[in-house]
Design a binder for this molecule. Structure first.
Ligand code: DGJ
Length: 718
């Protein structure tokens, strides 16, 4: 079994397929010993731990470090006792238990097991006798995934109120500092750019203070051995299963050790724990790879695709869609939409998604969020009438919604001006002309659930694009007392999760797509409720190479929405060939976002081919193993490929941004194939051995033009 306990030495050894994680109780403290390649032998592990002086905690590698007793590094948690104002605590070991499988985290998204045989969970109970604070450190170790899922549950078992000032989900002390740090940074329409640099003394931190995970920094960080690349070297990936303010910090101290801390951002956070109350932290997933960044990504992909994403669409091929946003923006009517849907049906597209602008008086982004009644000027037969016409064309119907928001210019706001996040006596800052509904309030949550349950029951909706287009300001709630105002940002996220849980359970046949002005909330928390995300509002093929490549570090391809749009591109003005736009979009969850009625006959023919081609390869793209071959962050070329689990099928995409004079003869080295098999390349009778494709590569014949792309299919002939 994956959790071994040596009672004699109070040592815990969590063992996954190729990974071990070891800690031990010393003088009551859970002390970190090792995280890395699997150690098979149980003996001798105690030598991983050095004796330490009780008053010198600054040198002690810990599992969940406290504040105030000599460890001056980042603590994992911090409290204040409301009676005397003191901030000291000392959590010591009380007992532990091992649970088969993985218990659910109340009210929070988390990875799960389908049978108890898949994992074991070790729960270590710590207590601070003086305050009565109890913390249960939870570690789930999986049989087939090289990862741990960690979280903490606090309970106030004492008699006085305790305030949590910091309640992180995981802390890991590495014995040295020989690491690079890797993370994803960006902005609206420039999401998920890869950053890598060596860490040094001090703190390297990424965080969000926006109330959402954000476009700017994704809740993911990895420590890499300096020699690590896609295929080799040690990689420790941390991914936080949460959609709000987060902190991931790597602190190198005076002794050249490195502490990684992951959790809810302590900035503007505190949580009051009255006697008897509990607080559950979100979960951190920690992946280990001894075979480079690629292997880390494939572990995240498999885990998140099959044991984080849920619902009937988890394992299903996703429909090819057309979305009217870039085709019409707010300027449409039923006839225009039906024309687009008709053109889509003729091209083999399977789903029509109606985007923003269908409700209230929403002719632009200034009004009507909150007034979720059809605009009869645009849709005389309402949503149901439009959906019926779309369905009659053989397409499914999808709908855009932005339930978390309210426009000041709306009936809802007139009726309930107190329903948005705000602070009395302060201005209400608008962003995209809108305010955020206060999801920490039960009445607001009920309104949202009732409104959208009504729409989803009345209209034959099979797809919902759930958008969220601004970050939090003036974070406060009229419903909660003064001493709980610093809980509101987290209570909002808990409220959002409750709404999503209830709506996705009530409408299991609906495929939900997460969106926040593109990738502003592309995080594992949202993936638990919605198996796919609109990756970026930037639909330019060249920009998308970077965005999709970066996103693939953590997130499965089945989660990455990617559409072909018109040229000149609406975000950057670039003109790229339709074939290349198609190949970039086919490398994810495929769709179109342009006015299909305006295509020329030649373009129609190509789109038809693209749709047909994607139908052939989509299972492989959405569920295969993903290998990155050439990075857009390192040069003019990008390439990636998808391989089936049995290694019998593969599809390879190659992109070159700018044409080059006198280029060298190019060969693209493949990965992940079976070296002993012979593969047929494309439809032609060209055969190559797996070892040849990986060692010597496929010769590339490229036209003399910018923005070129190639697609190859491989199938095993032996
Ligand atoms: C932001 C989204 O990312 C876009 O795709 C589109 O749905 C707009 N919102 C609509 O307002």
């Amino acid at each position: 079994m994956p959790v071994f306990v040596d009672e004699k030495t109070s040592l815990f050894h969590l063992q996954a397929k190729n990974m071990s994680y070891i800690f031990r109780i010393m003088n009551g403290y859970p002390v970190h010993g090792y995280w890395g390649k699997k150690l098979n032998h149980q003996r001798g592990l105690v030598h991983l731990f050095r004796p330490y002086a009780k008053d010198f905690l600054d040198r002690l590698p810990q599992e969940y470090p406290q504040y105030g007793s000599g460890d001056h590094r980042n603590p994992a948690y911090q409290i204040r006792l409301e009676e005397d104002g003191s901030r000291i605590s000392e959590l010591v070991y009380k007992n532990h238990r091992i649970v088969k499988g993985k218990p659910k985290l109340a009210g929070l998204p988390a990875v799960y097991t389908e049978t108890d045989k898949e994992a074991e969970t070790l729960e270590v109970v710590l207590t601070d006798p003086y305050s009565g604070l109890e913390a249960i450190l939870s570690y789930t170790v999986f049989k087939v995934f090289d990862c741990l899922a960690r979280s903490v549950r606090f309970t106030n078992k004492g008699k006085q109120t305790i305030r949590l000032l910091r309640a992180l989900s995981a802390s890991v002390d590495f014995p040295d500092n020989r690491f690079d740090v890797l993370y994803l940074s960006g902005a609206w329409s420039r999401e998920a750019h890869i950053r890598r640099r060596p860490i040094g003394p001090g703190i390297t931190a990424i965080e969000s203070r926006r109330g959402a995970s954000g476009h700017q920094l994704n809740p993911f960080m990895a420590l890499l051995s300096p020699n690590a690349d896609e295929d080799q070297g040690e990689v420790y990936g941390f991914s936080f299963v949460y959609s709000g303010n987060f902190l991931i910090a790597a602190e190198v101290d005076q002794f050249f050790t490195t502490r990684v801390s992951v959790g809810i951002n302590p900035f503007d956070f505190s949580w009051k724990l009255a006697p008897g109350e509990s607080f559950q932290t979100p979960e951190t997933v920690m992946v280990y790879s001894s075979r480079g960044i690629g292997e880390m990504s494939r572990t995240f992909h498999r885990l998140y695709r099959t044991r984080l994403a849920r619902g009937v669409y988890r394992d299903k091929e996703r429909p090819i869609l057309v979305n009217n946003w870039e085709a019409t923006y707010f300027n449409f009517n039923e006839e225009k939409l039906v024309k687009i849907a008709k053109a889509a049906a003729e091209l083999g597209i399977e789903l029509f998604v109606l985007d923003d602008g269908w409700f209230g008086k929403r002719d632009d982004a200034t009004t009507s969020l909150g007034d979720w009644q059809e605009d009869r000027r645009k849709l005389p037969r309402g949503l149901a009438g439009l959906a019926k016409r779309v369905n009659d064309l053989g397409l499914k119907f999808g709908l855009w919604v932005e339930p978390e928001m309210v426009s000041p210019e709306s009936e809802l706001y007139k009726k309930h001006p107190d329903w948005c996040l705000h602070v009395k006596g302060r201005r209400r800052t608008l962003a995209r002309n809108q305010l955020i509904l206060d999801l920490s309030r039960q009445d607001v949550r009920e309104y949202i659930i009732e409104t959208f349950s009504g729409i989803f029951s009345r209209v034959p909706v099979s797809f919902v694009k759930w958008d969220m287009n601004r970050n939090m300001t003036e974070i406060g709630s009229e419903k909660w007392p003064a001493d709980r105002q610093m809980e509101i940002a987290h209570r909002y996220i808990l409220g959002l999760y409750e709404i999503l849980e209830r709506l996705t359970s009530a409408f299991p046949h609906i495929l939900f797509e997460n969106c926040s002005s593109g990738g502003g909330r592309f995080d594992p928390g949202m993936l638990y409720y919605m198996p796919q995300t609109w990756t970026s509002d930037n639909t330019d093929a060249v920009e998308r190479l970077k965005i999709q490549y970066g996103t693939s570090l953590v997130y499965p391809i089945s989660a990455i929405g990617s559409h072909v749009s018109a040229v000149p591109n609406h975000q950057v003005g670039r003109v790229t060939p339709l074939a290349t736009r198609g190949h970039v979009a086919m490398s994810g969850n495929f769709g179109y976002e342009l006015d299909l009625t305006k295509l020329t006959e030649k373009e129609k023919k190509l789109v038809k081919e693209q749709v047909a081609r994607y139908k052939q390869i989509r299972r492989l793209v959405q569920q295969g193993d993903f290998y990155r071959l050439l990075s857009p962050f390192e040069g003019n070329e990008t390439a990636w490929m998808f391989v089936s689990e049995d290694k019998k099928e593969a599809v390879v995409f190659y992109f070159r941004v700018l044409s080059e004079p006198h280029p060298p003869r190019k060969r693209l080295l493949l990965k992940g194939l079976d070296p002993d098999r012979v593969y047929r390349l494309g439809e032609k009778a060209e055969y190559f051995a797996g070892d040849q494709l990986m060692g010597a590569g496929i010769p590339l014949r490229l036209p003399r033009e910018d923005f070129t792309s190639l697609l190859f299919r491989l199938s095993a002939a032996t």
